[in-house]
Design a protein around this ligand. Structure first.
Ligand code: ADP
Ligand code: MG
Length: 324
């Protein structure tokens, strides 16, 4: 039986020199981080609970990836550069194969972003993974939710709705072929945090407001509208549906792209004058960017179709998958 300390040492404490922003890593009462002088820390926590945010028996490698990905996505939405993270882990049993796969999934993504595990806590209990992530940015460059302005374009990174489509297939609401099933499962279980794009938008002063879409675009964009005291017109037919969702009937396509959930794409607003620079930023980091609407001085969210006609997606009362 692994002791708590053996477990930390074997799976989470790595035998290597700490990165440039870690003064002291795992092993003491606190980790010590060294942010770049003049920068502020960007800090966010996300907790994933079994049977609520992921299914019991979830693949541990992809779970390790996803727990960190959703936290990196928050840094991306602020435009911050990742520094490090802590991991609070509650486990029913210390199962070596599970821990090995979980930590490999976690570190593969951490290393891809130069984001170091600097500490945490480990306890026995129901499976629950809580990560707190630390990033840094110049204070004036943060992509805040209260910074949208009337006349801004609204943009979306990547594609929307394929994670929700996977869930619909799991619930036997739609049938997918094997290829679409695998591709949509990948979107649900292994989202790609848009860290490089968020940084280019913030550091280049290209965007005003941003957030990452976790509960569905239509619900999440309202956080920007409320904080910025503005409204928006969204062209639902301009939303970039995921490749599998694009093959579905138009009604499903519109609903899942507009309000699916688990997309972990960025929604951001930017001045019209930045259109070319934003397309260039998307190209530079290999992430598609799509213009889907505009911010209005008039409050409220208006959904329209490709012809500009108001669209009622009848989302009210519709049970969309909303983690948390
Ligand atoms: P304390 O007694 O102060 O709570 P612990 O004994 O829980 O400290 O942890 C010892 C060291 O291991 C600390 O540096 C802590 O940050 C680190 N640690 C504990 N659990 C984890 C984990 N799951 N991942 C990474 N580091 C961890
Ligand atoms: Mg402790």
């Amino acid at each position: 039986m692994l002791s708590e300390f053996d477990l930390i040492k074997r799976y989470f404490q790595r035998d290597r020199a700490p990165g440039p922003n870690t003064f002291l890593g795992i092993g003491d009462d606190c980790a010590l981080l060294s942010p770049t002088p003049g920068k502020v820390l960007a800090i966010s926590s996300d907790m994933l609970v079994e049977d609520r945010h992921f299914f019991a028996g979830a693949d541990p490698f992809t779970l390790g990836h996803k727990c960190l990905a959703v936290n990196l996505s928050d840094l991306a939405a602020m435009g911050a550069r990742p520094l490090g993270f802590t991991l609070a882990l509650s486990l029913p049993v210390a199962e070596p194969d599970w821990l090995d796969a979980f930590s490999r999934g976690l570190f593969a993504l951490a290393d891809a972003h130069g984001c170091e595990l600097v500490g945490g806590d480990t306890t026995k209990g129901p499976l629950n993974v809580c990560i707190t992530i630390f990033g840094e940015l110049a204070p004036g460059q943060a992509l805040r939710r209260d910074a949208a302005r009337a006349g801004d374009d609204i943009w979306i990174s990547g594609t929307l709705g394929d994670a929700r489509l996977w869930l619909a297939a799991r619930r036997s609401e739609v049938a997918l072929d094997a290829a679409d099933h695998a591709a949509t499962g990948q979107r649900m279980h292994a989202p790609t945090p848009r860290v490089a794009l968020g940084r280019l938008l913030a550091e280049g002063g290209l965007a005003h407001a941003a957030l990452d879409i976790s509960d569905g675009l239509v619900g999440d964009v309202k956080h920007i509208l409320a904080a910025s005291r503005v409204g928006a017109v969204l062209d639902v037919d301009a939303l970039p549906a995921g490749p599998a969702l694009a093959r579905q009937p138009v009604g499903l396509r519109r609903r899942f792209a507009a309000a699916g959930g688990d997309d972990y794409e960025l929604c951001f607003t930017a001045p019209v004058a930045q259109r070319d620079a934003i397309v260039a930023a998307g190209t530079a980091c290999g992430t598609a960017v799509t213009r889907v609407g505009s911010i209005t001085a008039e409050p409220g969210l208006c959904l329209v179709d490709a012809d500009g006609a108001a669209l009622d997606l009848q989302l009210a009362g519709w049970d969309h998958f909303s983690p948390g």
